[in-house]
Design a protein around this ligand. Structure first.
Ligand code: ARG
Length: 576
């Protein structure tokens, strides 16, 4: 418990009980930020009616009972009955010292849960689009944060590696040969390969017939076809891994759990739902009808689990993901980091799974909804010619833009240092832009804005961290020095108070699944540091103790910034 508010709450709460009687045990002390002090207690206003006395009288009785000699230097009743509390500097210094001495920087270790996270999930032989980029970045930040909080995260990359298009893709691959330059497109420009197959399918009857026969062979598990399919998936995997490497995300091959992994279970899922009376045949298709899901004119919306041609679809596979994650992985909480438009699909799958008994009430499932990424015209981001964007090209452009920013701001740095920094900054900028807005809202993708060194951007935070590193280098300390941190000046105190919030902010990201809270916090840390550095000379401090204290405060700020960025999956360059 590192934040002053969290430390104070139980103390104020017990004073309320002492002052007002046992029926007020556990009353919310209603501690809120205050303009006039560090915090204000609004409980007197909240409780006055129940007590049957004016709020100011209630406040006086609570103040009488408060025993905060160590924690507060000022306690004052104001206005209609607030209690304004000012923290004692010595007490704050003790809390800051505890965080500085803690290698977790105040972040708690929570009771361990098993948490499968479904994220990224691109499709084989297709380009990853900006929507995939965003689920990859948000999912990865959540995975890192929840792991850091002590949970067992199981990454699940539900790639689209099955379905009818594979007939034409496999025929095309057979014709061009798996080692051809054309097949190589799968690793660099998958859409080009897909389009070529598509054009042949649409224009060449013989090819289309072969493709349809291929789908049947694939579904029947014909060995030669399966081998070919594996090489197709493998080529796509190389493409995904190149993107993941450039993005510096934690997804690896071992996290692949694509649609095809569930093939064997789909028949059983349908049979079980039929047996339980949950699925019925409608127009030849096996469907689940759920209460409360109706479309236009009150017509029930079906969840189709077996099409009239006997094939299984996206919904059946997702029912299998729920079963697998609960029964095999032992999930306590399951996250699906997926585009907002898929909300209905997920709700219907989950409700079906609940009815079937595959998703116990105590297992929480959450749709972490991903909002759209827009172009400057506020439409879905595309290239100027209107074709979907190549993600690799977009990321390369981000790195090039960052390189121009670095070249302009630090021409004094060696060429190879700037070459190392550019991807850290360019990719950091893209990731931060994805993470710093609420994951379910839209935002406009604007490389110039995201790579700017000022404003709420990734590069601004990276720059703040690099600047502190440079101060510490000049002050000849690395990281936390262990010197006592004093919070004498208002700017020191403001920074110290801010750093004390780190643990609770990380905890809230794990609870609410909103990485933008951490972004907002780190931005405030960087701004508070700027204020501190302007007001309080560090290297030129008036005396040795003050200098050591300020260097230690700068070191703690650096640790929080670097650790926070790391939880977001963003690197902090040594120099910038
Ligand atoms: N492959 C899908 C797409 O590109 C996303 C899959 C998301 N995960 C899931 N379990 N449905 O839209």
């Amino acid at each position: 418990m590192t934040s002053p508010l969290a430390a104070l709450a139980p103390l104020v709460s017990s004073a309320i009980e002492r002052a007002l009687g046992p029926e007020f045990a556990g009353a919310d002390p209603v501690l809120r930020p205050s303009q006039f002090a560090d915090v204000q207690c609004n409980a007197p206003l909240a409780l006055a009616k129940k007590v049957g006395a004016p709020p100011r009288d209630v406040a006086a009785r609570i103040v009488e009972a408060l025993d905060l000699a160590e924690q507060c230097s000022g306690i004052e009743i104001s206005g209609p009955g607030f209690i304004n509390l000012t923290f004692a500097d010595g007490w704050l210094e003790g809390l800051v010292a505890a965080v500085a001495a803690d290698d977790r920087l105040g972040v708690p270790t929570e009771q361990r849960q098993v948490i499968p996270i479904d994220y990224s999930a691109p499709n084989v032989a297709k380009e990853m689009h900006v929507g995939h980029l965003r689920t990859t970045v948000v999912g990865d930040a959540l995975a890192r944060t929840l792991e850091h909080l002590g949970h067992e995260v199981v990454r699940q990359n539900h790639i689209g590696d099955w379905g009818t298009p594979f007939g034409m893709l496999l025929e095309h691959l057979t014709d061009v040969g798996p080692d051809s330059a054309e097949a190589g497109l799968l690793e660099t420009d998958p859409n080009a390969f897909y389009q070529a197959a598509r054009e042949r399918f649409d224009g060449d009857e013989e090819f289309a017939t072969r493709s349809r026969a291929r789908v049947v062979q694939l579904q029947a598990g014909e060995p030669e076809t399966l081998r070919l399919w594996e090489s197709l998936v493998e080529l796509s995997r190389h493409y995904f891994n190149r993107i993941y490497a450039l993005l510096d995300v934690t997804l690896a091959d071992e996290h692949l759990a694509g649609e095809s992994t569930y093939n064997d279970q789909l028949e059983g899922i349908c049979a079980e739902l039929e047996e339980k009376g949950l699925a019925t045949v409608d127009n030849g298709a096996l469907c689940v009808f759920l209460d409360g899901y109706t479309g236009r004119e009150g017509k029930p919306v079906p969840l189709i689990i077996r099409k009239s041609d006997g094939g299984y679809g996206y919904a059946t596979t997702d029912l299998a993901t729920v079963k697998h994650r609960v029964q095999t992985l032992g999930a306590d909480r399951i996250l699906y980091v997926i585009g907002a438009p898929q909300s209905l699909h997920l709700q219907m799958c989950w409700q079906t799974a609940r009815l079937a008994g595959w998703l116990p009430e105590d297992v929480e499932v959450v749709h972490v909804q991903i909002g759209n990424v827009l172009g400057p015209d506020r439409k879905i981001l595309r290239t100027r010619s209107g074709t979907p964007l190549r993600l690799m090209a977009l990321l390369e452009e981000a790195v090039a833009t960052a390189r121009r920013v670095i070249d302009a701001s630090r021409p004094d740095l060696d060429e190879d240092v700037r070459a190392t920094i550019a991807p850290q900054v360019g990719i950091g900028a893209v990731k931060y832009a994805d993470l710093s807005v609420a994951h379910d809202s839209e935002y406009v993708f604007d490389l110039d804005r995201m790579t700017a060194l000022t404003g709420n951007t990734g590069p601004y935070l990276q720059y703040a961290a690099a600047r502190i590193r440079s101060i510490l280098r000049r002050g000849a300390v690395d990281g936390a020095s262990g010197a006592a941190i004093r919070l004498a000046e208002p700017a020191e105190r403001a920074l110290g108070l801010r750093l004390l919030e780190f643990g609770e902010v990380v905890e809230s990201v794990g609870r609410e699944l909103e990485p933008h809270r951490l972004c907002g916090f780190l931005f405030e840390v960087a701004q508070d540091f700027s204020g501190f550095y302007e007001q309080c000379p560090v290297l030129q401090a008036p005396d040795a103790a003050t200098r050591a204290s300020r260097l230690a405060l700068a070191g703690l700020t650096l640790d929080v910034l670097v650790q926070g960025l790391d939880l977001l999956g963003i690197e902090a360059p040594e120099r910038m």
